[in-house]
Design a protein around this ligand. Structure first.
Ligand SMILES: [Ca+2]
Length: 95
């Protein structure tokens, strides 16, 4: 597999790993999203054990308002974060 294919596969694997923890295996509940963020993106929630932060992220991600984050909603989040990282490294390189 190419690097990009590997990255795509890993994104799917991470989502699956947390989505299958409870209930619907195709979607993330707020609790599942919280665990995923804590374990996989520890720097993203550096501000906290702050419960509001999770609530806000979850609300933003759950675009169709069904209290579940599906794969499409998750991928949009990962893509947005990746854009932020890209921007960050571009700015760093420019200095
Ligand atoms: Ca949803």
């Amino acid at each position: 597999m190419s690097q990009l294919e590997t990255a795509m596969g890993m994104t799917i694997a991470v989502f699956d790993q947390y989505a299958k923890t409870d209930g619907n295996r195709q979607t993330l509940t707020k609790a599942e999203l919280k665990t995923l963020l804590e374990k996989e993106l520890p720097n993203f929630l550096s501000s906290g054990k702050d419960k509001d932060a999770i609530d806000k992220v979850f609300k933003n991600l759950d675009e169709n308002g069904d209290s579940q984050v599906d794969f499409k909603e998750f991928v949009i989040f990962v893509a947005a974060l990746t854009c932020c990282c890209h921007k960050y490294f571009e700015q760093k390189a420019a200095k």
